[in-house]
Design a protein around this ligand. Structure first.
Ligand code: TRP
Length: 343
């Protein structure tokens, strides 16, 4: 039997190139060796974003998943809220989870700090993570935000996922998931598989301004950006601060543009590196080349996206929901049986 992997992404914005090289390309590789479950974590998205205008993102995200290479024949692709067992199991799990475990979760503390700084996003009509004037409620920390690791645990154990590909920031949650599973199994008998985090190793991709690529910084290169937008963003990239004039010797090893060349596979890397260092290659020409590399990759990605209609995505999600519910409802029967509930 193949081992299972599971991961999710929130529908709070269009995906960007950081998601492509971080999560998506890894998900695509994993589907070769594992039974893979990938879902749109729409219930999760309400922990810090109460916008009711997220529908377009579902389709956009699933199109990006498929364009990146996920195969709905092999991977089960679905929407969290369409499988009600996620919310149902979270309620049962919450009974076996000590309050202190979720209270001391480091990301909970960080999230409270963020919310205090930014405010919860409410019904911003653009569905964007922005301060929308008086639509923003300040300082609202919901019970849902506190219990977020429990819902995440439910997502994982409902399918007996053995591995969860996550970034470093999610590792603390996965530790809580493992603790919840151990405690539940101890209290009610062997019910769930204890999941393991698969720390995804990928190169850190900074935005053009060298800060972490993030929607709230407005420094993302989106997977659906057009060539002229990509061009503008790449041309604005901060390069080696010591290379002021074209013929100053540069240091590719510390230059963000060179990192992009490496990650996205611009040809003749060695030549670029040598000519930057010797002062033959100026930053403007180098960035133009980088914009070309990115535009080529993204235009291929977009071509694949554009071949997918919303109706087709809906069909894929319907099929994913059926497959997911089959596994989820069998698991719920086992949970109820072990907890001594009537079934
Ligand atoms: N926590 C992830 C995020 O914030 C999404 C997510 C929800 C998830 N449930 C999960 C990831 C279960 C892995 C496993 O984007």
């Amino acid at each position: 039997m193949r081992k299972k992997v599971l991961s999710g992404t929130r529908p709070t914005g269009d995906l960007h190139i950081g998601h492509l090289i971080g999560a998506l390309s890894n998900w695509v590789k994993l589907q070769e060796d594992y039974d893979a479950y990938y879902f749109v974590a729409d219930i999760h998205s309400f922990t810090n974003n109460l916008s009711t205008d997220k529908k377009n993102y579902y389709y956009s995200i699933v199109k990006d998943m498929l364009a990146a290479g996920l195969d709905p024949e092999r991977s089960t692709i679905f929407v969290q809220s369409e499988v009600p067992e996620h919310a149902e199991l979270a309620t049962y799990l919450s009974m076996a989870t000590p309050l202190s475990w979720v209270e001391r979760c480091p990301t909970f503390k960080d999230a409270i700090r963020d919310l205090k700084a930014k405010g919860v996003v409410t019904r911003d009509s653009r569905g964007q993570d922005s301060k929308a004037g008086d639509e923003v409620q300040e300082n609202v920390v919901s019970v849902g935000l506190l219990s977020y690791p429990i819902l995440m645990t439910s997502d994982i154990v409902l399918y007996d996922a053995d591995f969860v590909p996550v970034g470093k920031d999610q590792m603390a949650h996965l530790e809580i998931s493992r603790e919840i599973v151990r405690r539940f199994n101890h209290l009610f008998g062997e019910t769930f598989v204890e999941p393991e985090g698969l720390l995804t190793k990928f190169p850190l991709l900074l935005g053009p301004d060298r800060r972490k690529m993030s929607k709230s910084y407005g420094n993302c290169i989106a997977l659906n950006d057009e060539a002229d937008v990509i061009n503008k963003k790449v041309m604005s990239m901060i390069t080696d601060p010591e290379k002021i004039r074209k013929d100053d010797p540069g240091h590719p090893e510390i230059c963000n543009v060179f990192t992009y060349h490496k990650i996205f596979g611009t040809p003749e890397l060695d030549r670029i590196s040598a000519e930057c260092a010797s002062g033959e290659l100026g930053c403007v020409a180098c960035k133009r080349n980088c914009a070309q590399t990115l535009s080529k990759i993204l235009s291929e990605h977009q071509e694949k996206r554009n071949d997918l209609s919303d109706e087709e995505i809906r069909r894929i999600l319907d099929r994913g929901r059926e497959k997911a519910r089959e596994a989820a409802s069998a698991k719920m029967d086992k949970v109820k049986k072990n907890m001594g509930l009537i079934i």
